[in-house]
Design a protein around this ligand. Sequence first.
Ligand code: AGV
Ligand code: CA
Length: 311
Amino acid sequence: MKKKIYFNHDGGVDDLVSLFLLLQMDTIELTGVSVIPADCYLEPAMFASRKIIDRFGKGSLDVAESNSRGKNPFPKDWRLHAFFVDALPILNESGKIVTPVAEKPAHLHMIDAIHASDEKTTLLFTGPLTDLARALDEDPSIEEKIDRLVWMGGTFRDVGNVEEPEHDGTAEWNVFWDPEAAGRVWKSSIEIDLVALESTSQVPLTVDIRNRWASERKHLGVDFIGQCYAMCPPLVHFTTNSTYFLWDVLTTAFVGNSDIVKVKRINSIVHTDGPSQGRTEETDNGRPVNVVYDVNSNAFFDYITELSKKA
Ligand code: AGV
Ligand code: CA
């Protein structure tokens, strides 16, 4: 039996590579895709998603647009990445887009997808949780049909990846964009697997991995991920605010192959306002979450590279 996955992403390079990889996994069935304009601009991220499904997918999918808004906007330079992926020749060779835009907005599209399946759905979120929070408010009955939420979000270290005025730097961006949405999901009884910065910081984009993909570019899918990651600054001497990690791709790989990571269960809360807004903190009286805190990075890079060769 294939795992049913609903994927909500926010159009970054690693979000779009994640969509590509999901389409190569034969252990899962993608039941829906939606795009939230957080770390992207909506139009190019929608185009890119539909073109990736056209080029690399099989069955019939549509892609839903989110009409959600966040509290703390992402830097424009990062949001521009979706334009670059959308413009890749490999996605524009056919000159047309077949995969349609869904009629309903993302959160309602997700509710329909959850109810349409007899089995429980795994939610994969690689951007903020706004659409899930709204879906839970709209139709609380979806909770019992959700197997789990796998989310790229949060950190339990002292330092996150938000460097913004009026903030103390303790948050991870996907929580910071809409801290209240995370707070809403924390109040639900959904099982949460968090792929936090603890593990994603072990999979930076490096020149070595780029060179590996370059050497194997005769495979169409490896060439595609190589082209995508050509747009992002790699880790060379030390980590900066713009250094790229394979945050969402690790989260997606975890859905396909949980053997490559280590997970521990802790209790946590989310700070929803003030200078620490978006911070996830371990506390005894918090709600339980499963934190992916360690990854076998060689096994991870082998896994995604081999998956890409199937395209
Ligand atoms: O915090 C990680 C999340 C992931 O979902 N995103 C990027 C990934 O898609 C935000 C982000 C943090 N630092 C970034 C980000 C950077 N240097 N460039 C682009 N996005
Ligand atoms: Ca993302």
